[in-house]
Design a binder for this molecule. Structure first.
Ligand code: IMP
Length: 427
C-alpha cells in the first residue's frame, strides 16, 4: 500500500496543482476529497497552462484513475464545462469517477453565497462566491442534494421539491429572486445524464485499489489555515483541507494514510479577508506579487503577500500530520537583499509559538523575524540542491529547522521540469 496526501499548509494557492501533477506521473489513482470549484490548480507542461477547478490533476494521464470523492461539493454545470474545455484542448482520453455520495452545488447556492457576503458588509469572508459554503450548509442541514439524486430524474425532482421551497424562502428574505423548480430541473437533469457514466461508489473503488497495492495520491484543495475546524474561523472555507479529513471525505480507513506532504510557498499568500500576521505591503510585497503572479486563479483577485510564517506552518504540521514539506515558488525570492522568516509571535509582551484561536489576539500579535542574507542569482535552471547558491541552501535548512519538517522537494518555476526532488517519498 502506498498513499500520499498532499495538503496546502498555508491559506491555499501554494502550488498543490503543480506538485500533484508532478507526483501524478507516478500514481495510479488521484483523488480530490473536499471543496469544489472554489479551488484553482494551475498546471503547466510542454509550454501549455491548464487551470483545473474541480477535476483532479491526474486527468492528463490516461492511465490514472481520477476520483471526485464523497466529501466534495460538485457543481455539475461547471464540472461539465471544465471537462469540455479539457476535451477541446485534446485531453480526451481520461478515467474519471464521481462519487454517488458527493453533494451538488446548484444556482441557489451561488446566489446565496453572494447575498450573504453582501449582507455581511465589511465583515464579509471574501469567498469565491461559488456557492461552496451554502452547499456544505445544506449538507449539514440535511437538505442537500447528492449526485445519486441528480442522476435519477424522479429522485432529483423529489429532492428539489423538498429543498427548493426552503431555499426560496431564504432568497426572498434576502431580497433576491426565487428559482423555479422546472427551470432548475430541466437544465440539471440533462447534466445528470452526462455525469451518470462517471458515477461510482468511489469508496469501494479506493478500497479495491488499496488492496491491489496501487499508488494513491490524495490531492488537497485550499489550505490547512482555511480549515473549517482549525483555520482562522470564520475566515475559512466550509470543509477541512487537512490530512485528517481525507479518510472521512474519501470513505477509506484512517490507517491507509501513510504520509502527508505539506505544500508551502517560500513566502505566504492569502486571498480573501482574515488575519495574516506576516503580511507585507509596499515595495517587497509588490515585487513578490508580480514575480509570483499572485492573482487568484478563480477570482483573479490580487493575493495578499507576506513573509514565511513558521508559527502558522508548525500549527498546520501538527493538526494535519505533515511529515514532509515541498517548498514552492522558491525562485520568486531571488534578487532580494535579505529574506525573513517569522519564528514566533509576541502577544501582549510575551513570546508565543502557538497559533491563537482568537481573532482579536491574532490582530495583536507581532511577528518576530529572523533575517537571512538573500541571493541574487537566477535559480530557475538549477536541477539539484547543491546547485543552489549557498544563501538559498541556508534558507531551506532554516525552514526545516523552524518547521521541524523535512523539505523533500522544491520548485523554481512553473514547468514540471522545474521541480527538484530531494528524496523519494512516494513509493
Ligand atoms: P469559499 O471556499 O469560496 O467559501 O471561500 C472561503 C475562503 O476560502 C475565502 O477566503 C477564499 O478566498 C478562500 N479560498 C477558497 N478556495 C480557495 C483556494 O483554492 N485557494 C485559496 N483560497 C481559497
Amino acid at each position: 500500500m502506498s498513499t500520499l496526501v498532499v495538503v496546502g499548509s498555508q491559506w491555499g494557492d501554494e502550488g498543490k496543482g503543480k506538485v500533484t501533477d508532478y507526483l501524478a506521473q507516478e500514481a495510479d489513482v488521484v483523488v480530490r476529497s473536499q471543496g469544489g470549484n472554489n479551488a484553482g490548480h494551475t498546471i503547466t507542461f510542454d509550454g501549455e497552462k491548464f487551470a483545473l477547478r474541480s477535476i483532479p490533476s491526474g486527468i492528463f494521464n490516461p492511465n490514472i484513475k481520477n476520483v471526485m470523492a464523497n466529501g466534495m461539493v460538485i457543481n455539475p454545470k461547471q464540472m461539465l464545462e471544465e471537462l469540455a474545455g479539457l476535451e477541446a484542448r485534446g485531453i480526451k482520453n481520461y478515467q474519471l469517477f464521481v462519487s454517488n455520495r458527493a453533494h451538488i452545488v446548484l444556482p441557489y447556492h451561488e446566489a446565496l453565497d453572494g447575498a450573504y457576503e453582501q449582507f455581511k458588509g465589511d465583515k464579509k469572508i471574501g469567498t469565491t462566491k461559488r456557492g461552496i459554503g451554502p452547499a456544505y450548509a445544506d449538507k449539514a442541514n440535511r437538505i442537500g442534494i447528492r449526485i445519486a439524486d441528480l442522476v435519477e430524474p424522479e429522485q432529483f425532482k423529489a429532492a428539489l421539491q423538498a429543498t427548493l421551497p426552503i431555499k426560496n424562502m431564504e432568497l426572498k428574505m434576502l431580497g433576491l429572486p426565487e428559482f423555479k423548480l422546472d427551470d432548475i430541473y430541466n437544465e440539471y437533469v440533462e447534466y445528470g445524464k452526462k455525469i451518470k457514466p462517471f458515477v461510482a461508489d468511489t469508496s469501494l473503488l479506493l478500497e479495491e485499489e488499496v488492496e491491489k497495492g496501487s499508488k494513491i495520491l490524495f490531492e488537497g484543495a485550499q489550505g490547512v489555515m482555511l480549515c473549517l475546524d482549525h483555520g482562522t474561523y470564520p475566515y475559512v472555507t466550509s470543509s477541512s483541507p487537512t490530512g485528517a479529513s481525507v479518510p472521512l471525505n474519501a470513505g477509506i480507513a484512517p490507517r491507509y494514510i501513510n504520509n502527508v506532504l505539506g505544500i508551502c510557498k517560500a513566502y505566504t499568500t492569502r486571498v480573501g479577508e482574515g488575519p495574516f500576521p506576516t503580511e507585507l505591503d509596499g515595495e517587497i510585497a509588490h515585487t513578490i506579487r508580480e514575480r509570483g503572479h499572485e492573482y487568484g486563479t478563480v477570482t483573479k483577485r490580487p493575493r495578499r503577500v507576506g513573509w514565511l510564517d513558521a508559527v502558522a506552518l508548525n500549527y498546520a504540521r501538527r493538526i494535519s500530520g505533515i511529515n514532509y514539506l515541498a517548498l514552492m515558488l522558491f525562485d520568486v525570492l531571488s534578487g532580494l537583499d535579505t529574506v525573513k522568516i517569522c519564528y514566533a509571535y509576541k502577544l501582549d509582551g510575551k513570546i508565543i509559538n502557538t497559533y491563537p484561536a482568537s481573532l482579536a489576539e491574532l490582530g495583536r500579535v507581532e511577528p518576530q523575524f529572523i533575517e537571512l542574507p538573500g541571493w541574487k542569482e537566477d535559480i530557475t535552471h538549477v536541477s539539484s540542491f547543491e546547485e543552489l547558491p549557498v544563501n538559498a541552501q541556508n534558507y531551506i535548512r532554516k525552514v526545516e529547522e523552524l518547521t521541524k519538517s523535512e523539505v523533500v522537494l522544491f520548485s523554481v518555476g512553473p514547468d514540471r521540469k522545474q521541480t527538484i526532488r530531494l528524496k523519494e517519498f512516494f513509493k
